[in-house]
Design a protein around this ligand. Structure first.
Ligand code: NDP
Ligand code: OXD
Length: 316
């Protein structure tokens, strides 16, 4: 659909911490002529039909009586659905080739970080220690991806192209050339037991909250590593730290945390074997986000099917 076909105008409310989405105002005005944009908790925001959100304050969306569409500015919508008062209107998320490419880069880097021993040599370099490790072929390293959706699918394909032995776990059964697939809760232990580098690309839902606890992480072979790109709440962090300290797990790259930013005094920053990154695996540009929000606003106004609608029953 192209700009100009829009019938009517729409009022948009931005719901986030103050200032986060300010750059969207001019972009939305460019894309949706006549749009009014306000920021929660301004009075005008309560009358908006479209709510654009990162982490709205609980109850805010329920206090918008004219609301017709909720649009996340992210791929994950857990920050929105965690509020039980969220009204039953369509909820859309961001699906963007730029995010997918960025996430795949991060996952490839993380897999190579462990596979090529960068975790060890970076630590050795700080002590001036010259130490080489036996090299293994990528095919001898099993990378397992939790979640085979928009992001997991591309990461799996590119890891397989690099030569890794790749498997993936999803809720529903899938066929994927060159990737061994597992599905459903009953298959999770088998999947984990054959994974040397575990990558999490799951959405956060009641079924995935706390999934990676002592019991599950212990299923990974000794010396396995974790790359957590999904949400901090997928991992019971104390269980992870205990398995790192016991030597069962080799290391973890953690990009996401229950509380963000991770406070400077948090012990994870200094935990041996852990590399903290600042929720940077894949960041959508405001331009890309605005184009998708505007497209869905036009579709809403003209009665066309919306793009990237979240299944509220599944939670993703
Ligand atoms: P999708 O919704 O496209 O894919 C989700 C995948 O997870 C699907 O394969 C789905 O299975 C699977 N899944 C969901 N629930 C379960 C379950 N209970 N058991 C097994 N598999 C399950 O999501 P995306 O790929 O777009 O994004 C994934 C997550 O990545 C986001 O929700 C977000 O949390 C995170 N993210 C992090 C970023 C960062 O910078 N760190 C950036 C962007 C996203 P099925 O295919 O059967 O439905
Ligand atoms: C997302 C994220 O879900 O940034 O898009 O984590």
């Amino acid at each position: 659909m192209i700009q100009g076909q829009m019938q009517g105008v729409i009022s948009v409310a931005l719901l986030s911490r103050p200032g986060l989405m300010d750059s969207m105002k001019a972009l939305l005005a460019r894309e949706l002529p006549g749009v009014t944009v306000s920021s929660w908790p301004e009075a005008a925001a309560r009358d908006a039909e479209l709510a654009v959100c990162w982490k709205p304050e609980p109850g805010a969306l329920a206090a918008m009586p004219k609301l017709k569409l909720i649009h996340a500015i992210a791929a994950g919508v857990d920050n929105i659905l965690s509020d039980p008062t969220v009204p039953d209107v369509p909820l859309c998320r961001i699906v963007d080739p730029g995010i997918t490419a960025a996430m795949t880069e991060f996952v490839l880097w993380g897999a190579l970080y462990f596979h090529r021993d960068f975790d060890r040599v970076i630590s050795n370099a700080r002590e001036g220690r010259w130490q080489r490790y036996d090299q293994r072929a990528a095919k001898d390293v099993r990378v397992g991806i939790l979640g085979l959706g928009e992001l997991g699918t591309d990461a799996a394909r590119r890891l397989a192209e690099l030569g890794f032995t790749v498997s993936a776990w999803s809720r529903s059964p899938k066929q994927f050339a060159g990737v061994r697939t597992f599905s459903g809760a009953a298959a999770l232990d088998a999947f984990l037991s054959e994974t040397d580098i575990l990558v999490s690309l799951l959405p956060l839902t009641p079924s995935t909250l706390g999934l990676l606890n002592t019991a599950r992480l212990s299923r990974l072979p000794k010396g396995a590593a974790l790359i957590l790109c999904s949400r901090g709440e997928h991992v019971v962090m104390d269980d992870l730290v205990a398995l790192l300290r016991s030597g069962h797990l080799r290391g973890a790259v953690l990009d996401v945390f229950e509380r963000e930013p991770l406070p400077a005094e948090h012990p994870l920053w200094r935990e041996p074997g852990v590399l903290v990154t600042p929720h940077m695996a894949a960041i959508a540009s405001w331009e890309a986000i605005t184009l998708q929000v505007a497209e869905n606003a036009r579709r809403l106004l003209s009665g066309q099917p919306l793009l990237n609608v979240v299944d509220r029953a599944r939670g993703y």
